[in-house]
Write a protein that binds this ligand. Structure first.
Ligand SMILES: [Zn+2]
Length: 130
């Protein structure tokens, strides 16, 4: 049962006001169910909202760093996190963070005997905006 939280529990976890959580629910940004007069939110739906907000922040940063590129929705090749990707310069080794880059590098080295450093050609000149 612990996978469902009240707006108050979520507010405490994120150090925000319960009013903000209820506004997300009313606006349909956060999916929840109403039990009597109170809302219950599944952990996965909260995670989805936070992932989406993080994606939007990363998209804004990517557009600021490379305003010349058209950005699209992509995913980290290591953890699957939503991640803006440039439409034209497809990078098959796109990752969301330095941590994922290191983990991806280790796997690549284990499989191919070389790190992703050597894939620099296909990575092109655009680097992920972390
Ligand atoms: Zn990742």
């Amino acid at each position: 049962m612990s996978e469902f939280s009240s707006p108050e529990e979520i507010a405490e976890r994120l150090a925000i006001s319960p009013k903000t959580v209820r506004e997300w629910l009313r606006a349909g940004e956060l999916v929840g169910i109403k039990v009597g007069k109170s809302w219950r939110i599944h952990d996965l739906d909260l995670a989805r909202l936070l992932d989406e907000q993080l994606f939007n922040a990363r998209l804004a940063r990517a557009q600021k760093i490379h305003p010349d590129l058209e950005w699209t929705r992509g995913q980290c090749r290591e953890c699957g996190m939503l991640m803006p990707e440039p439409r034209k310069f497809h990078n098959p080794h796109w990752v969301c963070s330095a941590k994922c880059r290191d983990a991806y590098d280790d796997k690549a080295a284990a499989i191919t005997g070389r790190g992703t450093e050597e894939f620099a050609d296909c990575a092109g000149t655009v680097v992920p905006p972390y």
